[in-house]
Design a protein around this ligand. Structure first.
Ligand code: C2E
Ligand code: CA
Ligand code: CA
Length: 225
């Protein structure tokens, strides 16, 4: 697993890390391709739970005031064994990012499992908002603590008014629903400035730090710029 910092934008303080899986095997494939491959063999949930367990095992090595975000598809969120993966002393420091690759058929079922997770202190993030299946209705139904703005929006935030307008709409939406917006894929200072002008409170991306093994990711107090 590798870990990428998530920052509070006005202060540059690291508030969390997202755990992302890396695969050494052949053929060389992106992690999302490995997860899709696992799905084709009915093993997506098993692989996702394994990644979550490996990530959560690193929680004691993170600073106490930062959270750890892990990724889960709807089928993993509704797996009865997920809550056990978090152990007892997570203290509101785990965020589950719900990743979407297909429309959710039964929201009620997913929401019931999210309630169980919330009861043990897990927070919910909706991944990739503004892209694919993470439409506004999806965000509305899930009532997340965190909304992650898809990197395709961030990529054009400083060059296309419509992308900026979509981000502004999501910020207003997040405020009204007591959620926090995290912009993903921040690569340039110009994107950062546009996000700050719009009032996006948090960000993640190569500008602040790449996904790295935990020891490297937590090495420097303030992130590289
Ligand atoms: P994601 O959850 O949306 O993760 C964000 C992706 O954006 C990561 O790609 C990250 O390395 C990349 N990224 C971060 N900052 C930047 C940036 O500034 N610019 C650009 N262009 N990209 C940036 P990665 O690690 O290749 O993962 C791709 C996808 O694979 C993830 O998208 C997620 O859907 C899936 N994935 C990766 N690790 C896991 C895991 O442990 N469990 C599950 N369920 N899915 C995973
Ligand atoms: Ca994610
Ligand atoms: Ca994402």
């Amino acid at each position: 697993m590798v870990f990428q910092p998530i920052l509070e934008l006005p202060t540059s303080r690291i508030v969390g890390y997202e755990a992302l899986a890396r695969f050494g095997g052949e053929p060389a494939m992106r992690p999302d391709q490995w997860f899709a491959e696992a799905e084709a063999f009915g093993l997506r949930t098993e692989l996702e739970l394994r990644a979550i367990s490996l990530a959560v095992a690193q929680l004691p090595f993170l600073p106490e005031d930062v959270y750890l975000a892990v990724n889960a598809s709807p089928q993993t969120i509704t797996h009865p064994g997920l809550a056990d993966r978090f152990g007892e002393s997570i203290g509101n420091r785990i965020v589950v990012e719900l990743t979407e690759h297909a429309p959710i058929a039964d929201y009620q079922h997913v929401l019931e499992h999210i309630e169980v997770l919330r009861a043990i202190g897990v927070q919910l993030a909706v991944d990739d908002a503004g892209a694919g299946f993470s439409c506004l209705r999806h965000v509305l139904r899930l009532d997340p603590n965190i909304i992650k703005l898809d990197l395709s929006i961030t990529a054009e935030i400083d060059s296309d008014r419509r992308h900026a307008a979509l981000a502004a709409a999501l910020i207003a939406f997040a405020r009204e629903s007591n959620a926090v917006l995290v912009a993903e894929g921040v690569e340039t200072k110009s994107q950062l400035m546009a996000l700050q002008r719009l009032g996006v409170p948090m960000g993640q991306g190569y500008l602040f730090g790449r996904p790295e093994p935990l020891a490297e990711a937590t090495q420097c107090e303030s992130p590289r710029r």
